[in-house]
Design a protein around this ligand. Structure first.
Ligand code: TSX
Ligand code: MN
Length: 600
């Protein structure tokens, strides 16, 4: 087979050449194309993708450089049931991951991969996660038979020649092998080999399954590398909060899906809080290390955003809407008659002549969604009007506060401050969110999702929580840890807090707690502001209403303790003793037996 260009002419890494050869012998492609990340290459691949029907050009006057991709309807989301951690032992994967023995996984997927690229092109996609020249940065190489993957990786990572330059002659890179295998769900497996810094993904072309840089490398594999190397790979946004005096503090925040993480990362401050600004460092992943000052420093390893489209509007997230005006790939959104995009929750009425995500004419009467609920935009972070000037800073940004959040109709106050690091880790360990869509099972049930990492932790979750506790020994100046809940409801089922831009008031309180003199009251479950402690300037809510959103209800918390205790029992004997102890202390302060749910 032919290789463009010849491998010898573009990489010094013997290990990379050998691995590409090995993958080519296994999959037998017709040709090998090494991606260099150039503009010329983008034009060529885009033209080929259009020719092949993989991309549909959108209206280039309205959306220059934008294209639509329609995925196979059987392949529209990550598939956790066929996602495996292939560590040497099942215990290393822990009670919350699927496990497959490495030998079995290599054999099983190897059989599926044998000759799988016959008649196809193998793209070799070198990429860097993290700012170039940064001590945070790591190299990965993805081999894929998908041109959509090659074009997406160009947006989501620092892809091409820069990665080969950083790699040099080294053999230290993540090895990602991806093959679409005709998108056969029976042949769909996403296997991670943390000990080999390797990922094999087959049978899916969907983002989180196929763009191996993101969830697979930057979270699952990197969380394992972080434990080995003494740092943290987290499912967190990073934002900068600038006060009217021009001082910026940075916050990292973990939320499960459907909590508006991207909206918070790009938050629009309310007009009443004059002079405050929010800047985005990252919207999904944070790599966090101890800095020379003994504090935590974070960087966003990605280069673009892979955001959920439905619900994104000029009201909910104007910065995201402006980020997709040019050079964006859209996946499974609806297309208007004039070649523009549309989705539910865009806050503009569905225009006549809409084509749905499957490419069929759509009418409101059909009762079906025009855009798939998990439809996405893939767009360069450079498009974000509020991108932080430090988003590419090789040092990262210093983290003042860490937030854990979830969607909870009851129990969780608007904001809760931890007493110390261990209590903060406890908050992260017990965080949970209520399910929103009937498709995912029962609605309104609390799913525990420690640090929003349940599907993304590359090793035993108990050991992961132990690593968080262990990190404290190396952090001279730890950030303060908080819990938030934008989604509490009153007895009438109405949201108690307006959310969105108004959340800035909560962020401001956090920073004032750390660097100023904002007040709080002590409760058995942590510190909570009174309404009078928050800046409520220009907010159309009474202090009594705000206090209701901040209330701690002992009865609700008794059930919460029992439910969290059940989750801790599921983690089993790798759960750190310090977290068990914290659980016992809080339960005792509430006057409950922590192991049994209260009647009624
Ligand atoms: O993203 C959200 N955020 C964070 C914003 C920075 N959403 C959308 C969640 C789905 C992805 C929210 N929804 C938030 C929120 O803070 N809060 C809510 C709940 C809510 C919804 C509608 C209203 C109020 C709260 N409407 C009115 O008050 C009129
Ligand atoms: Mn995510």
């Amino acid at each position: 087979m032919t290789s463009y260009p010849a491998a010898d002419s573009i990489t010094q890494s013997r290990a990379l050449k050998d691995w590409v050869d090995e993958c080519a012998r296994l999959t037998n492609p017709d040709r090998i194309v090494w991606c260099n990340g150039s503009e010329d290459e983008r034009r060529r691949l885009t033209a080929e993708a259009i020719e092949a029907g993989v991309l549909i050009p959108l209206n280039q006057e309205k959306r220059p450089g934008c294209y639509l991709h329609r995925s196979n309807p059987n392949d529209v989301a990550r598939t956790e049931e066929v996602t495996f951690i292939c560590s040497p032992t099942r215990a290393q994967a822990g009670p919350t991951n699927n496990w497959m023995a490495p030998g079995e996984a290599y054999q099983k997927l190897g059989a599926l991969l044998k000759g799988s690229m016959k008649g196809r092109t193998m793209y070799v996609i070198p990429y860097v996660m993290g700012p170039l020249g940064s001590r945070f940065a790591k190299v990965g190489v993805e081999i894929s038979d998908s041109i959509y993957v090659a074009l997406s990786m160009r947006i989501m990572t620092r892809m091409g020649a820069a990665a080969l330059e950083m790699l040099g002659a080294s053999d230290d890179f993540n090895r990602g092998l991806h093959c679409t295998l005709g998108l056969d769900p029976q042949k769909r497996f996403i296997c991670h080999f943390p000990q080999d810094n390797t990922i094999w993904s087959v049978g899916s072309g969907y983002g989180g399954n196929a763009l191996l840089s993101k969830k697979c490398f930057a979270l699952r594999i990197a969380s394992w590398l972080g434990r080995q190397e003494g740092w943290l790979a987290e499912h967190m946004l990073i934002l900068g909060l600038q006060n009217p005096a021009g001082e910026t503090r940075y916050i990292a925040a973990a939320f499960p899906s459907a909590c508006g993480k991207t909206n918070l990362a790009m938050l629009m401050p309310p007009a009443a809080l004059k002079g405050w600004k929010v800047f985005t460092v990252g919207d999904d992943i944070a790599w966090i290390r101890v800095g020379p000052d003994g504090g935590l420093w974070a960087t966003n390893p990605e280069f673009g955003y892979f955001g959920v489209a439905p619900g994104t509007s000029m009201k909910s997230n104007p910065n995201a809407m402006r980020s997709v005006e040019r050079d964006a790939l859209f996946t499974n959104v609806a297309m208007t008659a004039d070649g523009d995009i549309w989705w539910e929750g865009m806050d503009v009425p569905a225009p006549a002549g809409l084509i749905d995500w499957r490419g069929r004419p759509w009418s409101a009467a059909s009762g079906e969604k025009a855009a798939h609920p998990n439809s996405r935009f893939t767009t360069p972070m450079a498009n974000n009007p509020v991108l932080s000037p430090h988003a590419e800073d090789p040092q990262g940004v210093p983290i003042s506060a860490i937030i854990f959040g979830g969607r909870r109709a009851t129990t969780m106050p608007l904001v809760l401050e931890s007493r110390d690091w261990t209590h903060g880790v406890y908050m992260g360990a017990t965080m949970g969110s209520e399910t929103t869509a009937a498709a995912a099972g029962q609605v309104g049930v609390v799913r525990r999702d420690p640090m929003a990492m349940l599907p993304f932790c590359g090793y035993n979750v108990g050991d992961y929580l132990g690593h968080w506790l262990e990190m404290r020994k190396h952090i001279a100046k730890p950030p303060r840890i908080f819990m938030v809940n934008w989604f509490r409801k009153d007895a009438a089922g109405q949201f108690m807090w307006p959310g969105y831009g108004e959340n800035l008031r909560v962020l401001k309180w956090m920073i004032d707690r750390i660097h100023g003199d904002a007040g709080a009251r002590d409760t058995p479950v942590g510190r909570v502001p009174n309404a009078a402690d928050l800046d409520l300037t220009g907010l159309a809510m009474s202090a009594a209403q705000v206090d209701q959103a901040l209330a701690i209800d002992a009865g609700e918390w008794k059930n919460e303790m029992a439910s969290a205790g059940e989750f801790f029992a599921r983690i089993g004997d790798t759960l750190p003793a310090a977290l068990k102890a914290t659980h016992g202390e809080i339960a005792a302060a509430l006057g409950v037996d922590a192991t049994h749910r209260q009647a009624g």
